[in-house]
Design a protein around this ligand. Sequence first.
Ligand code: SAH
Length: 393
Amino acid sequence: MGKLILKPGREKSLKRRHPWVFSGAVAKLQGEPGAGDTVEVHSATGEFLALAAYSPQSQIVARVWDWKKRAIDGAFFEERVKRALEQRRALLETGAAGALRLVHGESDGLPGVVADRYGDTVVVQLTSAGAERWRETIADALLQAGGVRRIWERSDAEVRALEGLAPVTAALRGAREPTRITVAENGLEFGVDLEHGHKTGFYLDQRDNRRRARTLARERDVLDGFCYSGGFALNALAGGARSVTAMDSSADALGLARENAERNRLAGVNWIEGDVFQRLRKFRDEGKRFDLVVLDPPKFAPTATHAPKAARAYKDINLLAFKLLRPGGLLMTFSCSGGVSPDLFQKIVAGAALDAGVDAQIIERLGPGADHPVALNFPEGDYLKGLVCRVPG
Ligand code: SAH
């Protein structure tokens, strides 16, 4: 087995059980491991630290499978997947057509592996050389989730390129068709496009927050800024909103959203194709006002290096949103940028309120549901944060 020997002092993060080895921390490589092979990681003094998957092309040159010596084989993946499935079973109630995340990468001890369940279909996304190496084993292990008839792969995330991996979209187990399916979430039905939908097809991490929006929307004029397939907008309407305006820059996303509205017999959303940055300004200039604004933008800062530019974008839309709120109005605002910490996000929103001239309060802090755990040794997993802010009545 190959060995990575670290530079002096660079064992510290691994000792805190952070599962990534950066290429700059490595003094030398012994042996000739291929991409995805298991290697031992040792400190400069020769202490064994971990077993990890080697990824020669990536800046994250190895991702830890385990902290003790053991076989990394089929049984290992079966065990890890089983553990993840059992945790979901214990924590969540979801019917057969339910949608939830079964495996959440590093936080479930499976770096580079995401698996989302949509009814009888599990969609896997493999984003590291190690995960790629064990594709077939992982697919078989996921079949253990009761009632699963198909494993579909959506390994087309951009981060794969950093590992030297080509994009893959294919059926791994079971039939390819249908590639459009319907899932139930909190009593509403949503179409999921397995082939072209964002991420693995749906933003599962927002499930609990969409339900929350349903309660908050009652008798309010609601604006859903980045609506994708209509998740927040349709929940708002189902919750008794007075009016719902929803926008997205993607015509395909709006197509799905309109279909979802029909599927749930929820008519009356004002769907707008356009750029939120421009539209919010236009609404401001026209004097248009709302009682609940939801902002769930895409990742403006995938990593911390993008944070300053992302901060300006978050501030811009939040400032405009505060200006569009009537007295007593609510802003439900999110960031899914790994490069923007919860603390920084709160500061940005505070700056936006200040510049908008409103004394807003935080009335709730939001995050993903229990199917998206964040391992305490892996703060990078804490990417989704949300605030519900209230402006004075
Ligand atoms: N809230 C949604 C997920 C939103 S994902 C849900 O619960 O399912 C972010 C969305 O923002 C994507 O659909 C993307 O098409 C859209 N988007 C990205 N940039 C945009 C922009 N400048 N203006 C409007 N929409 C944008």
